[in-house]
Design a protein around this ligand. Structure first.
Ligand code: ZN
Length: 338
């Protein structure tokens, strides 16, 4: 079996993947057909062209056009359920922590109660129909500042579902200091949510330090620039804080110039725990399977090494213990039989 086929069949868990950012051309086509006035093509060929990654500005354009198509609770339900279908059927995912940004839907007129009901309805259906266990991370869109942070915290605490496991922070890092969100993360953590902010994707290691010291980060989204600071790498290794590495995304956004320059190898050599993730896969023209292939190539992994990488994601997840045990056993059984 080729390593590519091994990866395709490997049961997996994913920890860093965005809700709207996972909408494939097929899903966008369904949403566009429901809202013809939005001006987004529903023709699949034209949509594939629209989705062909050009640069970061184009990514933002595609992302916002999808955000604009999600207008009703039924759109949210459809998006979530169909994303789950593609995760299970295409990437052989058994578990995913999906990062949702409820703020962008609420300001477009969907009440948080209806939003929560829609994602929960899709979650239950996805587990029943596809055997995929979903959990949520709510993230603050950093560019929208404190009003978004206050609102996101209130969604997390006052409209909480049992499936909400994490509290995050996304959007641009430049010009968005982490310290302002410290009270929000303190409150979320006090309520038992895990701290999983993005950091060190487009700024230096100081942002990662701030996320550790001020936001109590248990995992870091990306953390790419940590490689520039040996003391930070040693600290991450000592404390067991996990990096959610998204190789293709980092290349697409120019966080790294060439994939050969990606610091994944440096992280592993420093003893830092890493997981492999796809971030916004259709928009970065990737899949989780492809990102595993990239990681295998960067790290020189064989089948067992790739299986161990998949198990690292299970270990670093906030899945219930019985789900972790089941998926880890499934990975081992698959690797043994391959
Ligand atoms: Zn992300």
């Amino acid at each position: 079996m080729s390593l590519q086929n091994f990866i395709t069949g490997l049961p997996k868990a994913e920890l860093h993947v965005h809700h709207v950012g996972s909408a494939s051309p097929r899903i966008v086509s369904e949403l566009a057909a429901r809202h013809p006035d939005a001006g987004v093509p529903s023709d699949l060929e034209r949509l594939r062209e629209f989705f062909t990654f050009r640069d970061f500005a184009h990514f933002i354009e595609v992302y916002l056009s999808v955000v604009d198509l999600v207008r009703t609770p039924e759109d949210i339900r459809l998006l979530t359920y169909e994303v789950a279908r593609e995760m299970a059927e295409g990437q052989n995912l058994r578990y995913a922590e999906l990062t949702c940004t409820p703020y962008t839907s609420v300001i477009r007129g969907i009440a948080i109660e209806a939003y929560t009901e829609a994602i929960e309805d899709a979650r239950v259906a996805a587990e029943r129909d596809f055997g995929l266990v979903l959990r949520w991370v709510y993230d603050i869109p950093g560019e929208s500042g404190l009003p978004a942070a206050d609102a996101t915290l209130s969604y997390a605490l006052e409209h909480r579902t049992d499936a909400l496991v994490g509290f995050g922070l996304g959007g641009p890092e430049i010009g968005v200091p982490r310290a302002q969100f410290q009270p929000h993360f303190e409150a979320a953590r006090a309520a038992g949510l895990h701290s999983v902010p993005h950091a060190g994707e487009t700024t230096g290691p100081d942002t990662v330090w701030d996320s550790l010291r001020l936001l109590g980060a248990e995992r870091i989204g990306h953390g790419t620039s940590s490689a520039q600071d040996p003391a930070l790498l040693a600290h991450l290794a000592d404390t067991g804080v996990v990096l959610e590495v998204c190789p293709t995304s980092n290349l697409a956004t120019r966080a790294v110039d060439r994939i050969e320059e990606h610091p994944l190898r440096a992280f592993v050599d420093a003893g830092v725990s890493v997981t492999i993730n796809s971030d916004d896969p259709p928009m970065f023209a990737t899949t989780l399977n492809h990102d595993y292939e990239v990681a295998a190539s960067l790290l020189g992994l064989d089948e067992r090494g790739v299986a161990d990488l998949a198990k690292a994601a299970v270990t670093a997840s906030f899945a219930p213990d019985d789900v972790k045990t089941r998926i880890a056993a499934e990975i081992d059984a698959y690797a043994a039989g391959a």
